[in-house]
Design a protein around this ligand. Structure first.
Ligand code: 89Y
Length: 338
């Protein structure tokens, strides 16, 4: 099988894990790196033994022979870099959230369509091993028809230490974690009809909102309650775990801290533990997320090779719609038809 040649644009925190994730898969060759500050690209190049580094993305795209680019830069550059790559006929893998507005997200998808290149979003939360298991349990029918779910991501983990730019975002938690969590909701329950959202900023040191609570009516008739917070000092800090409770006509499934899954039916409760694969390169503080990068990227690789992949640009647009509809609702105080 022909090796796919790719370049990584952006050498920040996530590049270390996405590159490590790609390296777990066969048939890929990372040939070049771009970063605005060249010294940062040089450090990553040395770590992973990458032959070429650039601080000019245009030069990189002109000089290197590539099949695709993996864009891991700040969100504001996603549209510009996607357009540059797409015009050269390169497929694009783009970091979440795909863009910093609904209209840019649409332009990004349009640019890839117009240039007939594939677009995938590196959306990994839905690929977390315990979340995949919860979905399987829901699909098995054991808890009956799901009428309600609660999806929670509440933490006080100091995310701003590793990703300082998050503190500067005018729109923080819904874009950063909301893009993941609302995607998990779509993965578990399908698309939404309506939503209502309230947001708040508790941490005075950041610009954006660090609390968001969303209530959705899904197309399948179920209700979904989503709570997200980076200001929750709780008895047990579970960052970066997503907790789920899905209730059905015959029982419930609950994803609790430390990957404990509890299935309750008339017969009682059965408990299983579904842990992430602990790759040697992952940061233990982010284990379940870093591990899921491999599964997300395996699926994207399938898509790049012409097969089916879940997190296409077109699909992720529906998640982004939920993010920006939530802001719209929070601002207007109204229920938004999605
Ligand atoms: O940027 C975020 C992500 O994608 O996962 C967790 C995170 O690092 C901080 O919220």
């Amino acid at each position: 099988m022909k090796k796919l040649r790719y370049a990584v644009l952006g050498c920040g925190f996530w590049s270390h894990y996405q590159i490590s994730g790609w390296k777990e898969l066969e048939g890929l060759e990372l040939v070049a790196l771009y970063n605005r500050t060249l010294s940062k690209a040089e450090l990553v190049a040395e770590k992973f033994n990458i032959p070429a580094v650039y601080d000019d993305p245009g030069k990189l795209l002109k000089k290197e022979k590539l099949d695709f680019v993996d864009i891991i830069t700040d969100v504001d550059t996603h549209l510009r870099f996607t357009k540059m790559a797409a015009k050269r006929g390169l497929d694009v893998v783009c970091q979440k959230p795909m863009a910093s507005s609904w209209s840019d997200a649409r332009k990004l998808v349009e640019a890839c369509k117009k240039n007939k290149v594939k677009l995938f979003i590196n959306e990994n939360f839905r690929w977390q091993a315990p979340i995949r298991r919860v979905k399987k349990i829901m699909e098995s029918g054991i808890i009956g028809d799901v009428f309600k779910a609660r999806v929670s991501f509440c933490s006080a983990f100091p995310v701003f230490d590793n990703q300082p730019f998050l503190a500067e975002l005018e729109q923080f938690i819904l874009t950063d974690i909301g893009s993941h969590i609302l995607d998990v909701c779509r993965y578990l329950l399908g698309d939404a009809n309506l939503l209502y959202c309230q947001t708040k900023r508790v941490n005075p040191k950041i610009k954006g909102e660090d609390i968001a609570n969303v209530l959705m009516e899904m197309k399948n008739g179920s209700h979904c309650i989503v709570e997200m917070s980076y200001a929750s000092r709780l008895e047990k800090e579970v960052f970066p775990q997503t907790l789920v409770l899905a209730e059905g006509t015959r029982g419930s499934v609950k994803l609790d801290p430390d990957f404990e899954i509890k299935i309750t039916t008339e017969e009682g409760t059965v408990v299983e533990i579904v842990k992430p694969v602990m790759y040697p390169w992952l940061d233990p503080d982010y284990a379940v997320v870093h591990s899921s990068i491999v599964d997300a990227q395996r699926d994207i690789l399938e898509g790049l090779r012409g097969g089916k992949a879940e997190t296409t640009g077109r699909d992720n647009l529906k998640t982004i719609k939920l993010v920006y509809s939530s802001y719209k609702s929070a601002k207007s105080g109204e229920v938004i038809k999605v």
